[in-house]
Design a protein around this ligand. Structure first.
Ligand code: GLN
Length: 219
């Protein structure tokens, strides 16, 4: 691989139907990525990764169905395409939620069960320093806004961070997960100045792109 290939700027999209997609795209631009707002299936063409932002997962799910985005995103994920869901986006990536009876449309791509609005009314929004070993020793300042937690994670899912709330017992509730090229965070990295989660997702996208290119070279 030549230097020019390795340094090619990645293009990261954010689902722009609802929620705080702009903040994610600004954070990616600060890291040198190209960005795109995604509203229609054709906007997915040529992307290196997609962010599904925080917002309201029931509304976003319905809009994804209305704009015919569910199947194209599922097809991309099946081929190893990187997707990062934050808060409502994590709910949409999950295989299962505690809200299943409401028929909420999900991408059902990550082997996790999430509990929506898990922190309840008194603590709907709060901030906490959490430990995320994958990002280094420095604690990560996480902003939770009516956040979900991951109640159950399958064997192929790497737990990146937990928070001690006592809600679901020891060793703490899961708030960040990774499964292959899929990343999920219950909190909102786009509302702080710490770029480490956006950089981490860019690394996932860079590796996935390299793997797809290597596959193409072998076939
Ligand atoms: N509680 C919201 C939901 O269930 C998520 C909140 C958020 O994304 N900040 O969709």
């Amino acid at each position: 691989m030549t230097a020019t290939e390795t340094e090619r700027p990645l293009t990261i999209g954010a689902l722009a139907l609802q929620g705080d997609f702009r903040e994610h795209l600004r954070a990616m631009e600060r890291l040198g990525a190209r960005t795109r707002e995604v509203r229609l299936p054709r906007d997915l063409d040529g992307l290196d990764g997609l962010i599904i932002p925080g917002g309201e997962s029931t509304v976003m799910g319905k809009l994804m169905v209305a704009y015919d985005l569910v199947q194209p995103i599922r097809d991309l994920i099946a081929r190893g395409f990187p997707v990062w869901g934050t808060c409502a986006g994590l709910i949409l990536l999950a295989r299962e939620t505690d809200n299943a009876l409401a028929g909420q449309p999900l991408l059902a791509a990550m082997d996790v069960r999430v509990c929506r609005n898990a922190f309840g009314a008194q603590r709907e929004s709060f901030e906490a320093e959490i430990s995320v070993p994958a990002l280094g020793d420095e604690p990560y300042h996480a902003v939770f806004i009516r956040a979900p937690i991951v109640e159950r994670a399958g064997p192929g899912v790497e737990v990146l961070a937990r928070i001690e709330t006592g809600l679901f017992g020891a060793p703490g509730d899961i708030v960040a997960v990774r499964q292959g090229s899929l990343l999920g965070t219950a909190f909102h990295p786009e509302v702080t100045d710490d770029p480490r989660f956006h950089a981490y997702f860019l690394d996932i996208a860079r590796m996935a792109t390299a793997a797809v290119r290597a596959d193409a070279a072998l076939s």
